[in-house]
Design a binder for this molecule. Structure first.
Ligand SMILES: Cc1ncc(CN)c(N)n1
Length: 228
């Protein structure tokens, strides 16, 4: 049986999986740290801890995204995929500059930060995904999950009625803006298309990667609490 028809009719495999793992998906996208930003009660030292750890993560995300770009060029049948991933690379360049600017705003030195365990484990997993044996289908599914969790989380902090502190609005807009949402939807479309053609084994690997990312993201948010 092939991916989408086996997994999700014409609704897309991703939707089937987010429904199947709804509890875990919500733990990743509605974490207490995010809800504390949204509710205006966030502890600024938690925010700073998250910011410094995320800078480390984002630097490790660069080779991962480069590996997806390489896989796109080798394994994708749709030439527009490459432009989408390339756009992501350009945005990542901006993101690194943004982290530096934001860190100096909060008086954080990014040079002497030690990665916490949860971050190290997540980065190791990212690195494992760069392996040439990991297929484009698994890699693009992982990319979708990593980006979509941030997009959904931070867009919650911009919803009407949220009490996000004004000094954190720029952070929330970085991942909660509509352009980033569109970018995530592009990944979702590509992932669903790839999953539709995938073998049972590849589907299993992609779902497993999705679940591991949900766990790592929850662990990552937990670090903001000083929970390494
Ligand atoms: C941990 C984590 N996950 C996702 C993203 C969004 N690129 C991020 N910056 N950091």
């Amino acid at each position: 049986m092939k991916g989408e028809s086996a997994e999700g009719g014409d609704r897309g495999t991703i939707l089937t999986w987010t429904e199947r793992h709804r509890g875990m998906y919500e733990r990743a996208t509605r974490h207490p740290f995010i809800l504390s930003i949204r509710g205006g009660t966030v502890d600024i030292s938690s925010f700073k801890r998250w910011l410094s750890q995320d800078y480390i993560f984002v630097r490790k995300f660069v080779p991962f995204l480069a590996s997806v770009l390489l896989k796109t060029s080798k394994e994708s049948n749709d030439t527009s995929d490459m432009e989408i991933i390339l756009g992501g690379m350009a945005a990542l360049h901006d993101e690194i500059s943004w982290f530096k600017k934001e860190a100096s705003k909060w008086n954080i030195s990014l040079f002497d930060i030690a990665p916490q365990n949860a971050n190290k484990e997540y980065c190791r997993f990212l690195e494992s995904l760069t392996n040439s044996e990991v297929s484009y289908t698994v890699a693009i599914t992982a990319l979708w999950a990593i980006e979509a969790i941030y997009q959904e989380s931070f867009s919650l902090c911009l919803e009407e009625g949220s009490m996000t502190p004004s000094e954190l609005l720029e952070t929330c807009q970085r991942w909660g803006n509509t352009g980033f949402k569109e970018y995530c939807l592009s990944h979702k479309r590509i992932a669903n298309r790839q999953l539709e053609q995938a073998s049972e084994d590849e589907l299993k690997q992609a779902e497993e990667a999705f679940l591991r990312i949900l766990e790592y993201e929850v662990g990552f948010w937990n670090m903001s609490d000083g929970d390494a």
